[in-house]
Write a protein that binds this ligand. Structure first.
Ligand SMILES: Cc1ncc(COP(=O)(O)O)c(C=O)c1O
Length: 439
């Protein structure tokens, strides 16, 4: 992978901030967009800015939109190896297994609000879920629909498969919903074993693939996963477009009821009867869709497929190993969250600082070191609790403890890791920093 050549495909990487280049290490939040994606989005607005036809608007723009939506859905189907539609009697009959949503959050909410939970059903998660894979279950629990349980991670933050099986054996788990690759520390759960065990005990599995889809190859048939949720904006595509994969037999079953309903979901409708819905995916895609986003998503999938998911995975883990080694001189100042082996942390390195009062020392914003890195060094990282508040609360890690997360992509370089490590080194040398008490 020629990383310098790839960088040329992102005009934004030529941008200077205050006359200097920048380092973008916030890829777990949002990936940068290659020019090809930006052009594809504007192509929709310049060339065929209409709605989907779906048999109603039979004109040039709508036919083009239908064809582009179909093409992107096919690209995504192929990207994760979902099953094609075998019912090909109509043009553009899409796979029933790929539903467009707004983002990962909406995909998970769709499952939470459509799933036909039985009496006393349990939803099982890890103890380190993103809020988007915790709030929906907590909300159902509040309404008395399910009980939420979690599998405590081992001390080194890896998955405890024995404890998982124990819970499956003793509790009425109907749905397992877990973060595939953690946005906290990049750890990948053993999804294959988790899915095999859950099926043995009669539970289905939803994988939150927000962080895995951009970094590792995924084959839903090989995994035998029941649902998979991800966002296109972390996959070098536009914001406002996400994906829910679901097995056709679940999505199309009458018990799995559409969550957001309305126009474009209906086969037929009468005043005195319940709605008759179209097949999946249309029954879940209510209202006019984000067509520009869908066209951009197609370009994003083409882009990452050309680079190759294995290459992306290898590059980001190499960077993690390199930066971990560079930071080893400063171990007194922070600890790294997650497994000590950088290869188990994929493209994410999260530091938890050991001194108190960092935020108030650097009065440049609400997040001390993150703000210093940005305002003085043009380095962009994530600060705060990374939407995994529940994990920090559970581990009783003080809010006083400042955290930053650096997350990589294929366009990041070892030189950028050096800039980051040197910048931290400079902060640690500051007299006022050294005066701060250790936690
Ligand atoms: C693991 C994980 N799950 C869910 C989400 C939510 O994604 P979105 O905000 O695109 O819905 C994120 C976003 O950072 C994430 O990292």
């Amino acid at each position: 992978m020629d990383n310098r050549e790839l960088r040329k495909k992102f005009s934004v990487l030529d941008k200077k901030i205050n006359g200097r280049p920048f380092v973008y290490f916030d890829n777990a939040c949002m990936a940068l967009k290659p020019d090809a994606v930006i052009k594809a989005i504007s192509r929709y607005y310049y060339e065929f800015p209409g709605c989907a036809g779906l048999g109603r608007s039979n004109h040039f723009f709508s036919e083009k939109v239908d064809s582009e939506v179909y093409k992107t859905r096919e690209k995504i189907r192929d990207f994760i190896n979902a099953r094609p539609c075998i019912d090909t009697y109509k043009a553009y009959t899409p796979t029933k297994e790929i539903v467009f949503t707004k983002n990962t959050t909406e995909s998970i909410n769709l499952v939470a609000n459509s799933y036909p939970f039985g009496k006393d059903a349990v939803v099982l998660t890890t103890d380190r879920e993103h809020s988007s894979n915790l709030c929906p279950w907590k909300e159902l629990e509040k309404r008395g629909i399910v009980r939420h349980l979690w599998v405590p991670s081992k001390q080194d933050n890896t998955f405890d498969i024995e404890e998982y099986e124990r819970i499956l054996k003793w509790e009425n788990v109907e749905l397992v919903s877990m973060v595939h690759v953690s946005n906290l520390d990049g750890y990948e759960i053993p999804a294959r074993d988790i899915i095999r065990l859950s099926h043995k005990y009669g539970a289905r599995v939803l994988l939150d693939a927000a962080q895995s889809a951009p970094h590792i190859p995924i084959d839903v048939q090989e995994l035998d996963v029941d649902f998979l949720a991800f966002s296109i904006h972390k996959l070098y595509g536009p914001t406002g477009i996400g994906v829910l994969y679901g097995k056709e037999e679940i999505l199309n079953s009458p018990e799995f009821r559409p969550f957001i309903t309305g126009g474009d979901t209906i086969e037929d409708l009468f005043l005195e009867k319940p709605p008759v819905y179209l097949d999946s995916p249309f029954r879940f895609e209510a209202g006019l869709q984000n067509y520009a986003g869908i066209v951009g998503a197609g370009a994003a999938i083409d882009f990452v497929k050309e680079i190759g998911m294995e290459n992306i995975k290898r590059h980001v883990t190499e960077l993690n190993k390199y930066l971990t080694a560079r930071l080893s001189d400063y171990e007194d100042e922070f600890f790294i969250i997650g497994p000590s082996d950088p290869y188990l942390r994929g493209g994410i390195i999260t530091l938890c600082f050991k001194r108190m009062g960092i935020v108030s020392l650097f009065m440049e914003g609400i997040n001390g070191i993150g703000n210093i890195l940005s305002s003085r060094k043009n380095i962009m990282v994530r600060s705060g609790e990374f939407c995994v508040h529940s994990w920090f609360n559970n581990r009783k890690i003080s809010r006083e403890c400042e955290k930053i997360r650096a997350s990589f992509s294929f366009y990041n370089t070892k030189e950028e890791c050096d800039i980051f490590a040197d910048a931290l080194g400079e902060i640690f040398q500051l007299e006022e920093y050294r005066m701060l008490p250790k936690l």
